[in-house]
Design a binder for this molecule. Structure first.
Ligand code: SF4
Length: 361
């Protein structure tokens, strides 16, 4: 079958079965951009609520640009991959400053903005501005690999090239946005990773994988990178002043996980260790200094999965009787009752919710 006929079949399927999503039916590039960034690493069910909340709080590029970094991070809290929020904030400022608040209309210009990669650029250019830029994400890779029998690893240059070539041939020049959304929905609803619904598939007669019984073998990936473990030992310092209780937190500024979010004083180790070991090895020396303290308890490590890392975070609760120069210089003294006003990574938030909840005091 010719590629144009395949395109038509996908679009006809989409017209009947498309998902009802809050960012559908709009050609507002701001909303399309926000939805695409949220959905990059977030499931659609979770992304939907975040999207609605985010665009209610920041209804346009100007409100996002004028917001403080803390406000943006607070709205993003819990979604993970926080560099997305940082980049969006930066891009909103650039759009206001250099583009009078308007999005460029083509993918080549869009891609120059921070945090906008080829996929998002193609989605915004095609859906908002009707430009024929084909999206290629995990869904599209899977559909095209199976449909056309692309057996080269999709994450290697040759495989990538083959997929992009097919994607650019299939795109409907007159309705590129509709085509892009059609193939994305088709990949998410019919040609799913495990047990695709081939019996319901409108293009199964044309599908290489279906005809050759290779559905489970495609797409092909090169060997996955080994996941690494990180062991985070947090000191949850509590200073009781009689009137209020305080703890100490730090804004993470390094180019690492959770940039621009807050965490407790951190000691990272190569393997799991107890509080006693941290003390014995002198790792707490800077943070605790000559401060007199009382060790209270350690909490079972919380496990947190990131794409290429597994985090194990232990929380050691220590009462201190006074602050010290090191703490004053490197950390914020935070009233425990106001801790929820800070933007926190989900992992820290989970601990805070349990440990500092009123039922726990
Ligand atoms: S026949 Fe199956 S594998 Fe082929 S495109 Fe349809 S759903 Fe995907």
């Amino acid at each position: 079958m010719k590629d144009t006929a395949l395109t038509k079949k996908l679009i006809s399927w989409y017209q009947v079965h498309k998902r009802d999503l809050p960012w559908r039916g709009t050609s507002d590039p701001y909303k399309i951009w926000v939805s695409e960034i949220i959905l990059q690493q977030t499931r659609i069910e979770q992304g939907r609520d975040y999207f609605l909340r985010f665009v209610k709080f920041f209804p346009d590029v100007f409100s996002l640009a004028n917001a403080s970094r803390d406000e943006v991070m607070k709205q993003w809290q819990g979604l993970g991959y926080y560099s997305r929020a940082n980049n969006m904030h930066e891009t909103a400022k650039t759009l206001v400053k250099e583009y009078r608040g308007k999005f460029p209309e083509n993918a080549v210009e869009l891609i120059k903005l921070k945090g906008i990669g080829p996929y998002t650029a193609a989605a915004v250019a095609s859906i908002a501005f009707d430009k024929p830029a084909a999206v290629v994400d995990g869904n599209v890779i899977r559909v095209l690999s199976r449909l056309f029998g692309i057996e080269k690893a999709y994450d290697r240059p040759e495989g990538k090239q083959a997929i992009h070539k097919k994607a650019n041939k299939l795109i409907d020049q007159n309705a590129p946005g509709t085509y892009n959304q059609a193939i994305m929905d088709f990949g998410a609803m019919i040609c799913v990773p495990k047990n695709p619904l081939c019996h319901k598939c409108p293009i199964k007669e044309d599908c290489f994988a279906f005809r050759k019984e290779k559905v489970d073998l495609l797409p092909v990936a090169s060997k996955p990178a080994q996941k690494k473990n990180r062991y985070l030992n947090y000191l949850v310092l509590i200073l009781k002043t009689g009137k209020d209780d305080y703890t100490f937190m730090k804004l993470r500024t390094e180019n690492d996980i959770w940039k621009n979010l807050h965490d407790f004083p951190l000691l990272e180790t190569k393997s799991p260790v107890s509080f006693k070991t941290l003390l014995r090895k002198g790792l707490t020396a800077d943070i605790l200094g000559k401060t007199s303290f009382r060790y209270i308890e350690s909490h079972m490590p919380l496990k947190h999965q990131l794409t290429h890392r597994t985090l194990y975070a232990s929380f050691h609760v220590v009462h201190i009787h006074q602050t010290n120069q090191y703490l004053n210089r490197h950390f914020k003294k935070v009233k425990i009752s106001a801790i929820d006003q800070l933007a926190l990574p989900r992992l820290i938030d989970r601990f805070v919710e349990n440990f500092f909840s009123p039922n726990n005091s």
